[in-house]
Write a protein of this length. Structure first.
Ligand code: FCB
Length: 461
């Protein structure tokens, strides 16, 4: 028998997370405009297997069933994103009422089932029309985002309490404009840095709009960042310096201005701030947030590299299991990350884990069921580590598994499955996996069933 159950604080939120382009499909429905992901998916070789989000999980039409499913599993919250091109097809000007109505209906359906909505305003699907005018490297895009945020908030502020301005701005800037592996597929360091700053500015301006608009009592506004604890692969000065460069570029470039109103010195490659950081910008970026959303997937163990802009690369310690997307499975990294955040940032706001989960190659068995013990083990270990961080005093209010349904995993397409619910992409049928029932029970009990067997031991994939 396992040890005693690990109870979470009363009121702890248990949910699942998705993003519009990854699940909705229906790209031509009800006046939706084109997004940079529609464009990028059409670039030969950009997405594994030539997959696109054009149909995805058809969640745009099937959300009533999906909401009923999450409620039947026992989940109390749903984090989803609003597609900007549904609300403003060209990224500016008058709203498309049908787009707003859709999200109103989604929220009403959630509330009807007792599932609390957590709305992300931007999860990477920039209207293509704004990219045509320069995209995130153009300062104007931040002001366009603020208008869009105001429109969505005017439409839903009376029924939605929890708002996330941006999901993982680093991935938008660094993968979209630096590495070019995400939409819009640009590789230019200067544009990347401009994009990063304008995303942060958009967050700051968006915060202002959400605070100023008419809203429900107890409104909570935050932002979601992808964070990893970073450590040098060896004590050598070169590896230590490489780890610091990568940490600054990946994390502190975003965390520091949001929490402390300043960029880490030298993060833009020179000792002075670049001219695209205008006076007053950092005060906006540093506007108070009610919570920090943390997406956790892995640690970053870093060694010096001879080439590349940061002259740093991550390594995976030998023997560490990896998921189908090649990410090392390191549950204790979640605890270490949270404990480190608390130590480094005295005024740290409450935290929600807005994403955590594993990609696997799940299959339907002969009995029609999808058994995914590896995902159950992954979740169990991460939740045990999260429990430790809470016991240590980190103020964590909730956890959202990534993700509810197998979906379009960006450049990886559909082959690698992150869902707790299996989706047959031919007929759109849904089959809750073993992990869905396990996680639903955790949500109902507000407790994890003891430590996972052989805790801290290696995991197999
Ligand atoms: C995060 C994204 C999310 C999903 C997971 C696996 O970076 O926010 O959309 O793709 O990774």
């Amino acid at each position: 028998m396992g040890e005693a159950a690990l109870s979470f604080p009363p009121g702890f939120v248990w949910g699942s997370a998705t993003a519009a382009y990854q699940v909705e499909g229906a790209v031509d429905a009800d006046g939706r405009g084109r997004s940079i992901w529609d464009t990028f998916c059409a670039v030969p070789g950009a997405i594994a297997n030539g997959d696109t989000g054009a149909v995805a999980c058809d969640h745009y039409h099937r959300y009533p069933d999906d909401v009923a499913l999450m409620a039947s599993l026992g989940l109390g919250a749903y984090r989803f994103s609003v597609a900007w091109p549904r609300v403003q097809p060209d990224g500016r000007g008058a709203p498309n009422q049908k787009g707003l109505d859709h999200y109103r209906q989604v929220v009403e359906k959630l509330l009807e089932h007792g599932v609390v909505p957590y709305v992300t305003l931007y999860h990477w699907d920039l209207p293509q029309a704004l990219q045509d005018r320069g995209g995130w490297p153009a300062r104007d895009t931040a002001y366009r985002f603020a208008d869009y945020a105001g429109i969505v908030h005017d439409a839903l502020g009376d029924v939605v309490r929890h708002w996330i301005t941006l999901n993982e701005p680093k991935v938008s800037s660094h993968a979209g404009y630096g590495g070019g592996i995400h939409a819009p597929g640009i590789r230019d360091l200067d544009l990347r840095d401009r994009a990063a700053h304008h995303l942060l500015l958009a967050h700051g301006l968006g915060l202002q709009r959400l605070r100023a608009g008419r809203h429900t009592a107890g409104q909570q506004v935050g932002i979601t960042l992808d964070l990893s604890p970073v450590a040098p692969a060896s004590p050598s000065a070169d590896d230590v310096a490489a780890a610091e460069r990568l940490d600054a570029d990946s994390h502190r470039m975003f965390l520091d201005p949001i929490l402390s109103g300043a960029y880490p010195p030298g993060v833009f490659g020179s000792s002075s701030l670049p001219d695209f950081v205008a006076p007053g910008d950092l005060d906006l970026v540093n506007g108070p947030i009610d919570f920090l959303g943390v997406n956790y997937y892995r640690r970053m163990l870093v060694r010096a590299a001879p080439t590349g802009h940061l002259r740093a690369e991550t390594v995976i310690p030998s023997g560490t299991p990896v998921t189908a997307v090649g990410w090392p499975v390191e549950p204790d990294g979640l605890r270490d990350l949270l404990v480190g955040l608390k130590a480094d940032h005295p005024g740290l706001p409450p935290i929600y884990i807005t994403e955590n989960g594993a990609a696997l190659y799940d299959e339907v068995g002969a009995d029609g069921q999808v058994d995914d013990p590896v995902r159950v083990d992954y979740l169990h270990r991460h939740l045990a580590a999260l429990h430790e961080a809470i016991a240590f005093g980190v103020d964590v209010r909730g956890y959202f598994v990534w993700t509810l349904i197998d979906n379009f995993e960006w450049a990886e397409g559909y082959a690698k499955r992150f869902g707790i619910v299996y989706v047959d992409h031919d007929d759109q049928s849904r089959v809750p996996k073993t992990s869905a029932r396990w996680y639903g029970q955790v949500a109902r009990d507000n407790a994890v069933p003891g430590r996972p067997p052989g805790d801290r031991g290696p995991m197999q994939n």
